[in-house]
Write a protein that binds this ligand. Structure first.
Ligand SMILES: Cc1cnc(Nc2ccc(CC#N)cc2)nc1Nc1cc(C2CC2)[nH]n1
Length: 325
């Protein structure tokens, strides 16, 4: 495995790293589109078609130097996280690594549907059943990270990719550029993330914890179901205030047809004290997510009130699963 260093970054030893980097120049192996798919702060992503196989990928060019500072440790950490995530299909796959004078290039799985943000830009939000299916996949991806002590720290619709165009059936996590490995006993503090999704403890410059992602998941569920950002305001300072006060409202015009289970799911994650938030497995067990939605309503047992009214002891009902067939 890779050795985590004290600043929360994974390291790869030099000869393993050099064995990972392709010798050729990427432009000799892939045809890059003229216009990029998207630009991050310090990375540009291009659709890249492998000349021999015709397979399409996403080539992420990351600057090796940023504001005249070497970024190789951070880039190697992102590569190491992606390698650790090879065994889950909830995370965008790393295919190859190239190097140029100015950039490291991560050749990544192409999610043709692009950013989930794109759906929200159209002023739409997801239907509750779609939001639930998306959230379940996102939670499964984050569970994989958290089981490996990796905090993503930038969960937002721009970093959630749709595998197929015009369908949110398959969703994948991407962009581990500011993720951290949290080793018990080593506290990592850094102002990270995107304002609307950032947790109160990050604003207070307190140690970053896995549950920092749980807060972002709460914000994400609110946004997917309503199309609105719960703490968003005109200026950053007001947004920061809304977050640290956790001033949250569910306007009926946005949440009128949203189930109480979904609203409870959001509220359960948006707790100011990170220690009081559920962990990722508890979020997966929340009724809104784990709902066995394929049991027809008639079969969901409800205590029959008339027995209680005649204050007999209600017969011990054996759960369906234990009933003799
Ligand atoms: C069709 C498409 C459209 N737009 C973007 N934008 C984008 C830009 C930067 C980042 C941030 C990052 N990383 C994420 C998405 N990605 C796309 N597909 C991808 C993009 C990728 C890998 C993640 C780059 N695979 N398939």
């Amino acid at each position: 495995g890779f050795t985590p260093s004290r600043d929360g970054l994974l390291q790869i030893d030099d000869d393993l790293l050099s064995s990972l980097i392709q010798k050729e120049n990427i432009t000799g192996v892939y045809d890059l589109d003229k216009t990029p798919l998207g630009r991050g702060k310090y990375a540009t992503v291009w659709r890249a078609v492998h000349k021999k196989t015709g397979t399409a990928y996403a080539a992420k060019f990351v600057k090796k130097r940023r504001r005249n500072q070497d970024q190789m440790k951070e880039i190697i950490h992102e590569i190491a996280v992606l390698i650790k995530c090879k065994s889950t299909n909830r995370v965008i796959r790393l295919h190859e690594v190239y190097e140029s004078v100015t950039d490291m290039v991560l050749v990544l799985e192409l999610a043709a549907g692009g950013e989930l943000q794109h759906i929200l830009d159209g002023g739409e939000c997801l239907k509750e059943v779609e939001a639930r299916k998306s959230m379940k996949q996102i939670l499964e991806g984050v569970a994989y990270l958290h089981d490996n002590n990796i905090a993503h720290l930038d969960l937002k619709p721009q970093n959630l990719l749709l595998s197929e165009q015009d369908s949110c059936d398959v969703i994948k996590l991407c962009d581990f550029g500011i993720s951290k490995v949290l080793i018990p006993g080593v506290s990592v503090r850094e102002i990270v993330g995107t304002v609307d999704y950032v947790a109160p403890e990050v604003l207070n410059y307190e140690p970053i914890v896995l549950s920092t992602d749980i807060w972002s998941i709460g914000v994400l569920a609110y946004v997917l179901l309503s199309g609105f950002s719960p703490f968003g305001a005109d200026d950053k300072q007001q947004t920061f205030l809304n977050i640290s006060r956790c001033s949250l409202s569910f306007e009926s015009e946005h949440f009128g047809d949203v189930s109480s289970a979904a609203i409870d799911f959001i509220k359960s994650a948006l707790i100011v004290n990170p220690k009081d938030r559920p962990n990722i497995h508890e979020m997966l067990d929340h009724p809104w997510i784990s709902l066995k939605s394929n049991i027809p309503p008639a079969l969901t047992l409800k205590p029959c009130d008339h027995i209680n009214q005649s204050n007999n002891v209600a017969p011990k009902s054996t759960p369906l699963s234990q009933r003799k067939s």
